[in-house]
Ligand binder design. Structure first.
Ligand SMILES: [Fe+2]
Length: 392
């Protein structure tokens, strides 16, 4: 049920973007896909900083008598219309789940989504935190009369779903926790941030707007945004490297004079090219670095490096135990994370193999592409912001 008709831009309006000022700001295009016939749907949008835009997914699962929404995306008119279509066929949205304690990008859309579906119960991961101020959920717009806490108040749809917590981990700044959810009817294991399968090719979502790919396919800020399949591929590889390592090894940040000398030139005086500002310079092949990143995967899945190095660097046993727990569940056939590709065919045996691989391989390394993340982590530990103890 891909959205093929032309969508009026008013239906893509997202007035709450100043809460988390990420690309594509006030206009969000959405791709809706059926992942498993009559059981599971993916609702995808782009989210990012400085055109480092990665796909974010809300998964819609069919439960007895209606639908459950796992990890919210912005409920634009387009999204609400797609959900109304599904409601007409499968019953009302009964439940909206915020499956993470820390992932702000999955949280901000929950209050407006809850307002769009006033009959739905909202379930949140415990220990929600907001930065820089610790605000009560009600102040953030959560409807307290119909909001419950996963674990503390039980779990929704016990007949249709199984739940397993990764964490909580004390990160000093706040806590990390996310809930995996197995949808028994389809065998899809829904995850939030912990594991991803990074698409080899640009995700279909970029067919709606390839600008972020074309932006990064360039080597200098004064190059125009040219479109071709090769350039989209190159741009995608670079986006994935940014999102994974924040600052990959192959990347050099040009000195400010060089940066500004190339900006504001004729042909690049438009916001679409950020006026020619392009603070990235690749000194070696981003394609090789992308291949290395993919090579870390076990049967396509990996821990996002930014999580492994900044959230789990001292918590390998916690991640391994969680995977072992999931591998004991019967009926796992697919993995559906909240970012990048889905669904990934996956079995319990593969989850167990993933746990062993994580136990044996080097964990949260310091070298190469990991260097920038490692420096950040060491800085946070040295300044006492995050605890240095091993978490097990
Ligand atoms: Fe996320």
């Amino acid at each position: 049920m891909e959205a093929k008709r032309a969508i009026p831009s008013a239906d893509q309006r997202w007035p709450w973007w100043p809460l988390l000022p990420l690309y594509p700001y006030g206009r969000k295009r959405t791709l809706v896909r059926e992942l498993i016939p009559d059981q599971l749907w993916s609702v995808e949008q782009l989210q990012g900083v400085f055109y480092v835009a990665v796909p974010i997914r809300m998964t819609v699962a069919r439960v007895r008598g209606g639908l459950m929404l796992y990890a919210a995306v912005a409920p634009t008119g387009e999204v609400r219309a797609a959900l109304r279509d599904l409601e007409a066929r499968y019953g009302p949205v009964q439940t909206i789940v915020l499956p993470t304690a820390s992932g702000l990008e999955h949280k901000l859309a929950v209050p407006p989504l809850a307002r769009a579906f006033p009959g739905a119960q909202v379930w949140v991961t415990p220990g929600q935190w907001s930065f820089p101020l610790q605000l009560p959920l009600a102040w953030l717009g959560f409807p307290m009369t119909r909001t419950k806490v996963l674990g503390d108040n039980g779990f929704p749809h016990a007949d249709d779903l199984r739940w397993a917590s990764l964490g909580p981990l004390d990160l000093g700044l706040g806590r990390f926790q996310e809930f995996a959810c197995l949808h028994l009817a389809s065998g899809a294991l829904l995850l939030t941030d912990a594991l991803v399968a990074i698409d080899q090719k640009p995700p279909d979502l970029f067919n709606l707007d390839p600008t972020p790919l074309l932006f990064h396919a360039r080597d200098r800020g004064d190059e125009p945004l040219l479109d071709s399949p090769d350039r989209r591929q190159k741009g995608w590889e670079r986006l994935a490297l940014f999102a994974s390592f924040l600052r990959p090894e192959a990347l050099e940040v040009p000195a400010l004079p060089a940066l500004f000398s190339r900006a504001f030139r004729p042909g690049c005086r438009s916001p679409r090219t950020y006026f020619g500002l392009y603070p990235f310079q690749w000194r070696s092949s981003s394609t090789d670095a992308f291949a290395q990143l993919q090579a870390q995967a076990v049967d396509r899945l990996l821990v996002a490096p930014v999580l492994e190095r900044l959230v789990f660097p001292r918590a390998r046993p916690v991640v391994v135990r969680w995977l072992q727990e999931l591998s004991r569940w019967e009926g796992v056939r697919w993995i559906v994370p909240a970012h990048y590709e889905a669904p990934i065919p996956y079995s319990a045996a593969q989850l167990s193999r993933l746990a062993s691989a994580f136990e044996q391989r080097p964990w949260a390394p310091d070298q190469g592409n990991w260097g920038y993340l490692a420096n950040l982590d060491q800085l946070l530990v040295r300044s006492g912001v995050v605890p240095s103890d091993a978490l097990d």
